[in-house]
Design a protein around this ligand. Sequence first.
Ligand code: ADP
Length: 302
Amino acid sequence: QLVVLGSVNADHVLRVPHFPRPGETLRGHSYQVLPGGKGANQAVAAARLGADIGFIARIGDDAIGRQMRDGFAADGIDVSAVECDPALPTGIAIIYVSDEGENNIGLSAEANGALTPEVVERHAARIAGADTLLLQLEVPLESVLHAATLAHAAGTRVVLNPAPAQPLPASLLALVDLITPNQTEAELLTGVAVTDEASARAAAARFHAMGIASVMITLGAQGVYWSEQGEAALIPGFRVTAIDTTAAGDTFNGALLAEQLRGASMPEAIRFAHAAAALSVTRFGAQSSIPHLAEVRAFLKE
Ligand code: ADP
């Protein structure tokens, strides 16, 4: 089983012609409240793409939280470790999406902030019994560290998508088997500005020196730079017209692990994840944009 531990957010999305400047009031359109949160997006991606998946998370005791949890269950996710916080609302994100398909996001953790190390401890057996644990950084860092520690001790592979970008202790990075930063996150963690294959190679070398065996740096439309055990390659993605890149990285992470757990090699899993992520950027929203397995297989046959 794949276990995802992470955030659940209600995304309040507004489309705008350009991002508002300080002091500017801008007329937007197509306001929607959509299921999001990096943890939830990655769990949904893995589930829609065929993985056996358990999700450890915390929602608020509110309608939007319960509605999202029902949605996770409908996608086939084991939600028995999606806990309901009695005192806090479900996490939220305020998202502007520009006409170019770029996004701009403000977050409030709310119930995600109450996913404490004690909560993680309650699910220690699930983490220890998993093949792979997938983590991001929208829940408290000490909880991420505790989960990674439990997984590492039990021989569960630790995958860290270090998003949103923030500095991380060496003690956490040393527990990570596979790290999947985007360019911003890779630069923040390694000090190397990643723009092309040569700079990605330099950043990957820094990650290896931190004790991380497998490195996958996503470069948006350019693809990914992958490096492990002396093998390395820049693997380009698919050309599509981007409508909304929200959750591209989340779809990529969930898809990569779903395909890998079916026995695919890393380059095969990357190609599959590129296809899933490319489909997601052609659609609006976070979870609403994540494709199902049959769609990805059909896209790959085209
Ligand atoms: P994040 O969304 O975390 O910033 P990236 O922008 O690096 O991550 O994108 C992650 C993956 O999503 C890429 O490796 C690629 O597979 C896919 N992707 C992102 N943007 C595009 C795009 N414009 N066209 C095609 N694929 C894309």
